[in-house]
Design a protein around this ligand. Structure first.
Ligand SMILES: [Zn+2]
Ligand SMILES: [Zn+2]
Length: 144
């Protein structure tokens, strides 16, 4: 199976249980930044005995291993991202949908250069979350 995870030449093969593999699969198949509940609903179809706490625990391990990225959504809900390449997020304040914003549209290196010059602050990680209205919700409002 081609997992298409970019960094496959890892010196230490990761311990991957069948459950964890199914959970990682579900995050990838659901695509658009699913929450733990959404992952649970999907995994449960194939593994009816899986519990929500097992899903939470394995999502935590996968995030620690760098296989997925936890992303704070609208409110306190945590979403899980299969796309571990650098990018930013736009969150729709109406439907809560989270979309990817390409990294090259945020001039992070220019920003950190300026902070270094102005304040001597060395930026290590920039997390950008933009709140707005997604195209689907915008279309729905315009139709009235
Ligand atoms: Zn929306
Ligand atoms: Zn994303």
């Amino acid at each position: 199976m081609n997992m298409n995870r970019g960094n496959m030449n890892n010196a230490h093969p990761r311990r991957m249980t069948q459950q964890r593999r199914a959970i990682l699969d579900a995050v990838a198949r659901l695509g658009c930044h699913p929450t733990a509940d959404q992952v649970f609903e999907m995994v449960r179809r194939e593994m009816p005995k899986v519990s929500l706490s097992t899903v939470y625990r394995n999502l935590g391990i996968l995030a620690e291993q760098g296989d997925i990225l936890p992303v704070r959504g609208y409110g306190d809900e945590v979403h899980y991202d299969h796309n571990t390449h650098e990018h930013y997020h736009g969150i729709c304040r109406i439907c809560g949908r989270m979309i990817d914003l390409p990294a090259d549209t945020v001039k992070a290196s220019a920003m950190s250069d300026e902070w270094r010059e102005r304040d001597g602050f060395e930026a290590e990680e920039i997390v950008v979350t933009v709140t707005g209205i997604c195209s689907g919700c915008l279309n729905a409002t315009q139709k009235g």
